[in-house]
Design a protein around this ligand. Structure first.
Ligand code: SF4
Length: 365
């Protein structure tokens, strides 16, 4: 990455306006450049034909538009496309695009690795290196739109203006531990002059970082998903170690506070089904008790085994029975169709390549 020039890719509307003001340029110039970068995918100032030549030259000297470098690009049979993105000399993260008839969902990463070490998670096993910058976060969306447009210039089959209609922060990392960089990136996603995504179509997923949930609600509320995975503290302590710091009672209270400002009137609870661990009918009934405390929907995720894991995917029968207990209680529970498995792009399989500063992977070996 360049160090001397300013990377305009990560500047939200306020920041790019301030940057242009410091250059002695008017706010409308900042707005024009913002639109060139994010709406038209421009990387080269020379292509910004409605910007005065002198300013273009100055921008070339002082600024860059620099996204992570693509080092892997694979497409699975179901159309799911996964990119491995190099963010520095040592670390690469993953982003995945999942096309569906009515929408296109981009799953993005917020950190290189993760500090939290959830028991069933491939990312957690890789350890942690660093937070991604705002340019690296928004750069995943910027790149995806550019590459998908190159592949299919006609845009999506559903006729949306863009290929990506939904963004979910369910790739590598715990977004709530990187809000300093996440919030400007989220603002760009929502900004009509950039990507113009609806707050309801941008989902941040957390394993339950309570102070982060409160901050996100106050500063940039978008849809919220919570990785629940257990209905009692004893099991959740094992599966999601962060639960020892923010146990279920605190987490559920934070969910209800979040809903006061959220763009949706429910929280999505993610629940990965692990054979013989959390997939019994009694555990499904316990989840119904949680649903009485927080308006919610359940997203049941068949576990995707990865090398070295001790967990197994619940049988189709167990998955069905579990969902039925919730549904018979009047709850909305959908079982996520596993997509992109052949390219390791299904949930909990995003691993990237991390120079582990925590030495977690090494200590395990
Ligand atoms: S599930 Fe999420 S929070 Fe837990 S280790 Fe994996 S990436 Fe981190």
């Amino acid at each position: 990455m360049s160090t001397t020039k300013t990377n305009l890719l990560g500047l939200d509307s306020q920041a790019i306006t301030a940057h242009f003001a410091a250059m002695g340029e008017k706010p409308f110039r900042a707005r024009q450049v913002l639109a060139w970068i994010h709406q038209r995918g421009a990387q080269d100032f020379a292509t910004m034909t409605d910007i005065a030549k002198g300013l273009r030259q100055r921008l070339e000297e002082e600024a860059v538009i620099e996204a992570p470098r693509i080092v892997g690009d694979s497409v699975s049979q179901d159309g799911t496309r996964k990119w491995l993105l190099k963010v520095d000399g040592k670390n690469a993260v993953e982003a995945v695009f999942i096309p569906e008839p009515s929408r296109g969902t981009l799953c993005v990463s917020s950190q290189a690795g993760c500090t939290l070490d959830c028991a069933f998670c491939a990312t957690g096993k890789q350890g942690f290196n660093r937070n991604l910058t705002r340019a690296e976060i928004i750069g995943q969306l910027w790149l995806a739109e550019r590459l998908l447009t190159e592949a299919t210039p006609k845009r999506s089959p559903a006729g949306q203006a863009r290929h990506v209609s939904n963004v979910v922060f369910m790739g590598m990392g715990e977004p709530m531990l990187n809000l300093e960089e996440m919030i400007p990136a989220l603002r760009l996603m929502l900004d009509d002059r950039a990507y113009g995504l609806s707050r309801r179509r941008v989902t941040v997923s957390t394993s339950g970082v309570v102070p982060g949930m409160d901050r996100l609600a106050a500063e940039c509320p978008v849809a919220l998903a919570v990785s629940l995975h257990a209905a009692d503290d004893r099991l959740r302590d094992q599966l999601v170690p962060l639960n020892r710091k923010y146990p279920l009672k605190q987490l559920l209270a934070a969910c209800n506070r979040y809903l006061e400002r959220a763009p949706r009137d429910f929280i999505t609870f993610e629940y990965v089904l692990l054979e013989g661990v959390n997939d019994s009918e009694a555990q499904a009934k316990a989840l119904c008790g949680i649903a009485k405390q927080v308006p919610c929907k359940f997203n049941l995720i068949p576990f995707n085994p990865f090398r070295g894991t001790e967990f197994r995917r619940s049988s189709p029968d167990a998955q069905r029975r579990f969902a039925e207990v919730l549904q018979h209680a009047g709850l909305i529970a959908t079982t996520r169709r596993t997509r992109g498995e052949a390219i390791d792009a299904a949930c909990g399989q995003l691993a990237g390549r991390i120079a582990d500063r925590t030495r977690r992977a090494e200590l395990r070996a």
